[in-house]
Design a protein around this ligand. Sequence first.
Ligand SMILES: CC(C)(COP(=O)(O)OP(=O)(O)OC[C@H]1O[C@@H](n2cnc3c(N)ncnc32)[C@H](O)[C@@H]1OP(=O)(O)O)[C@@H](O)C(=O)NCCC(=O)NCCS
Length: 217
Amino acid sequence: MQIILRRLRSEDISQVIEIEKEAFSPLWVTTPFKRELTNRYASYLVACGAAEPEEPTPEGSDSEQEEDLPTWRRWGSKIHGLLGKQTQSDAEPQDIAGYVSVWYQGDEAHITEIAVRESLRGNGIGELLLIGSLRAAVEYGSKVMTLEVRVSNFIAQRLYEKYAFESVGIRKGYYSDNREDAAIMTTCPIDTEEYQRKFEGLQESYRQRRGEITPVV
Ligand SMILES: CC(C)(COP(=O)(O)OP(=O)(O)OC[C@H]1O[C@@H](n2cnc3c(N)ncnc32)[C@H](O)[C@@H]1OP(=O)(O)O)[C@@H](O)C(=O)NCCC(=O)NCCS
């Protein structure tokens, strides 16, 4: 069982909204994901467990009972198994582990949101989502990737810095819930050989540590 990236589908939306609500402030305006599905100038990717072919199970076994569970619960338990640790909460396991949204504006690919289910953080899923969005941006023809991040969000900043985002300015009082400033972060040009070499090196380290990175489906 492997974590894969795929494009957002309408059946994922309720889980993605759950993750969005958990990750961002209660005053965060919910993204109109359904409408965004048809936005040609955006990419919405989710990280989830890859489906495995069903194996026949003997009648009356425990596995047969598991088959009665909804798909998202069966996949969810496999994601937790794959990641080698149990959730820290008693929440039900889920199949969508995280998502990222990117808007394309001129030469720029702008990450509008990236979030991982809280109980699954620290397992490489956020990094996988960032890799997927950088690959999508290069494929789209974007020249740089940008985003805003709370100045206090050191975890996200460390992730972005790993992929050579640099802080290039501040938007004062950008976040409406507490008027916190946003750091504006941007990559150097991503369509250069230099960045692609660095990016390939980072992906290779990721593969060695976390496993294969499958193409977005
Ligand atoms: C930011 C977020 C997406 C990271 O996802 P994640 O799956 O937990 O991160 P990963 O396990 O892939 O870690 C990737 C890198 O992030 C950084 N990172 C992750 N957890 C960290 C921690 N606890 N402390 C410091 N750095 C951390 C590290 O650079 C790490 O690379 P490393 O493993 O080589 O050290 C996740 O914390 C999240 O959903 N946060 C809430 C939403 C949010 O703040 N989104 C960003 C909005 S701009």
